[in-house]
Write a protein that binds this ligand. Structure first.
Ligand SMILES: Nc1ncnc2c1ncn2[C@@H]1O[C@H](COP(=O)(O)OP(=O)(O)O)[C@@H](O)[C@H]1O
Ligand SMILES: [Mg+2]
Length: 226
């Protein structure tokens, strides 16, 4: 998901990170938000912007790489709830976050998630030793229950990406259709499965220290009222 030119809002968020970061210590920013709110789009724009200023300074780390494999979801009877909090390897994700600040002398590999095949791919993301800023993003970063409750203390900054329900749902339906569902099936999934997940995510927004808009043509505007 690329191609959205970084503009003033993204530049503003990048400046916030630069102002808050301490030289010589890796800075980890987390972007939480409901499915379809625009987290990945914002994270990619931010990382592109930071890397345009200094190549290799920033890396994108999506929580989505920690989706359980489809086969595991089948074995656990969870396949029809894919995307729900219990369908991720939360402990593995929290452990990886813990490594980010400690293991700065070698590459840290992380799994990605490929929507085309609807599976995670091990070791597709490389966080090189000279990466100073890691932009982590995912639905459940701020949910206050184990193991997710262990995420917040590993973030130097926690943002919540907010998008009105109607826009979010429309985007999700389009995304499900693009990935092969009929419009009817996509609508049902977006309302029932994604909708239930969104309620849990929305309830975690108060643990963020900044709310950013996922709806402006250019992502990343700070939402003034909090
Ligand atoms: N700021 C924005 N303005 C308009 N459309 C957006 C914006 N951010 C994301 N989108 C669109 O919404 C959809 C979901 O965005 P995505 O970043 O994948 O959300 P998330 O990672 O939170 O699930 C995508 O189709 C994307 O192009
Ligand atoms: Mg995403």
């Amino acid at each position: 998901m690329t191609g959205r030119p970084p503009g003033a809002a993204v530049a503003g968020l990048a400046s916030r990170i630069e102002a808050a970061a301490t030289p010589g210590r890796r800075f980890v920013v987390g972007i939480a938000g409901s499915p379809g709110s625009g987290k990945t789009t914002l994270a990619v724009a931010l990382v592109d912007h930071l890397n345009a200023r200094r190549q290799g300074v920033a890396a994108h780390l999506p929580m989505d790489g920690f989706h359980l494999a489809n086969d595991m979801l089948d074995r656990r009877g969870l396949r029809d709830r894919k995307g729900a909090i219990e369908t991720f390897d939360g402990w593995g994700f929290v452990a990886l976050l813990g490594r980010l600040r400690v293991e700065t002398d070698h590459t840290i590999y992380a799994p990605s998630f490929r929507r085309e095949v609807d599976e995670g791919i091990a070791g597709e993301i490389a966080i090189e030793p000279d990466v100073d800023i890691v932009v982590v993003e995912g639905n459940y970063l701020l949910v206050d229950r184990p193991p997710w409750a262990g995420v917040r203390s590993q973030l130097d900054a926690a943002w919540f990406c907010r998008t009105p329900e109607a826009d979010r749902e429309a985007r999700l339906i389009d995304r499900h259709v693009r990935h092969g569902r009929t419009r009817e099936a996509a609508t049902t999934f977006a309302r029932e499965v994604d909708g239930a997940n969104a309620l849990l995510v929305d309830a975690s927004a108060s643990r963020a220290d900044l709310v950013v808009s996922g709806v402006t043509a250019e992502p990343g505007s700070v939402v003034p009222e909090r």
